[in-house]
Design a protein around this ligand. Structure first.
Ligand code: DX5
Ligand code: ZN
Length: 214
């Protein structure tokens, strides 16, 4: 299993220490949650913070934009050195065009689905995608309770990917722990995002290792 620790639950007063702990862990990515207070009822941080994180991070950045009109920010995301740019399906009027633009900018294109958005909305773009991020909580906050329907959605998405020959990876975000991660792994998830589980753990690198073992 690949693991993408979300710094939303890190100590913002001492981000460097938490990023360095992740550098020294088995984490595969660093998950960066950007919120605009419009698409979701919360505001997190923006590009100056991501650039500062990038200077310390030795893991590739997995940027999750919870913002309206994410297509307006593609070059700014690219300039942070991000490897993956995730946009919400619900935030994109012209999703196909946005996916192409992200790839033209040299990043991996990811599309994120809210818990209420069906996997079937991706049928016409699945072959263009590098990644699908399934939300297992309503986006906006760390530390929420896992929504079990996400397990079925992973199965449905795995089936769609296998049928179409898409190379998209399946990432799951929200309420992920060692316990909720297990059925997600069995259902076919490739990458697990975890914030509070990792950063509230006595030993965050051990929490990463536990998720990696799934
Ligand atoms: C929620 C964010 C998540 C969040 C996950 O809107 O997209 O990445 O940090 O936090 P946990 O793992 O605590 O649910
Ligand atoms: Zn996220």
């Amino acid at each position: 299993m690949k693991v993408s620790p979300s710094i939303l639950s890190a100590d913002f007063g001492n981000l460097r220490a938490d990023i360095e702990a992740m550098n020294a862990s088995e984490a595969d990515y660093l998950h960066i949650d950007v919120m605009d207070g419009v698409f979701v009822p919360n505001i997190s941080f923006g590009f100056p913070v991501i650039k500062a994180v990038q200077k310390v991070a030795q893991k590739p950045l997995d940027v999750h934009l919870m913002i309206v009109k994410p297509e307006n920010w593609i070059s700014q995301v690219r300039d942070t050195g991000a490897e993956i740019m995730n946009v919400h399906q619900e935030a994109c009027l012209h999703l196909h065009r946005t996916i192409q633009s992200i790839k033209q900018a040299g990043m991996k294109a990811g599309v994120t689905l809210n818990p209420s958005t069906p996997v079937s909305t991706l049928v016409d773009v699945i072959e263009d995608l590098d990644l699908v991020l399934l939300m297992s909580v309503n986006p906006g906050f760390g530390g929420q309770k896992f929504i079990p329907q996400a397990i079925k959605k992973v199965q449905q998405l795995r089936q769609l990917i296998d049928e179409t020959g898409s190379k998209a990876e399946i990432e799951v975000d929200g309420g992920v722990t060692f316990e909720t991660g297990k059925p997600l792994a069995e259902a076919g998830a490739d990458i697990l995002v975890a914030g509070s589980y990792i950063f509230n753990h006595d030993d965050p690198a051990e929490a990463v290792r536990l998720l990696k073992s799934l």
